[in-house]
Write a protein that binds this ligand. Structure first.
Ligand code: ADP
Length: 162
């Protein structure tokens, strides 16, 4: 069984992430979405909220998809999940350097696990969770970047923290 791991912060999950998940799930027998605790990024949503959000949003996407929390080294997580590939989405040149470095270092940690890059649909490529949060904080409309349920979660979160 071919298993791939798609790691990320998903704070919040966007239409770009969902497109990568749809494409990735199509390529493997099982896609494990790894939701990082990543306290260094000071996420808007707790890991429990992000797990619930990602689970709700991937419901209905064809394929075997699991959503799992992790706070270990990515390679250790991938090994524990018996994955043969790590899936990452590539947006623009800006993503490239970081992704290139991470893939290179991960390859040295475990050369049996390949990092595979997918591109989201061209219309979804500019979407970034960070900008979604910024737009929402200034009262802008985020409906083109996330699902209606996620937009509602972000609005509720911002109203709650005012
Ligand atoms: P991380 O903290 O690991 O960067 P993110 O949740 O920001 O986590 O992103 C997870 C993965 O999804 C990364 O590989 C990122 O490049 C990719 N990604 C995020 N948004 C998009 C998008 N709009 N199109 C393609 N890939 C994306």
């Amino acid at each position: 069984m071919k298993v791939a791991v798609y790691p990320g912060t998903f704070d919040p999950i966007t239409l770009g992430h969902l497109d990568i998940i749809r494409r990735g799930a199509h390529l493997v027998d099982k896609l494990v979405i790894g939701v990082t605790t990543n306290p260094s990024k000071e996420p808007m949503f707790s890991v429990a909220e992000r797990l619930a959000m990602v689970r709700r949003e991937v419901n209905g996407i064809p394929g075997q998809i699991e959503v799992v929390e992790f706070d270990s080294l990515l390679m250790e997580f991938a090994e524990a999940q018996e994955a043969t590939a790590i899936l990452r989405g590539l947006r623009a040149v800006a993503d490239f350097e970081y992704e290139f470095q991470m893939a290179g270092m991960n390859q040295q940690l475990n050369d049996d696990i390949e990092t595979v890059f997918l591109m989201a649909d061209v219309s979804l490529q500019p979407i970034a969770s960070k900008l979604v949060k910024e737009i929402a904080r200034y009262g802008g409309c985020i409906d083109k970047f996330v699902t209606p349920a996620v937009a509602e979660d972000v609005r509720r979160h911002l109203n709650g923290s005012r």
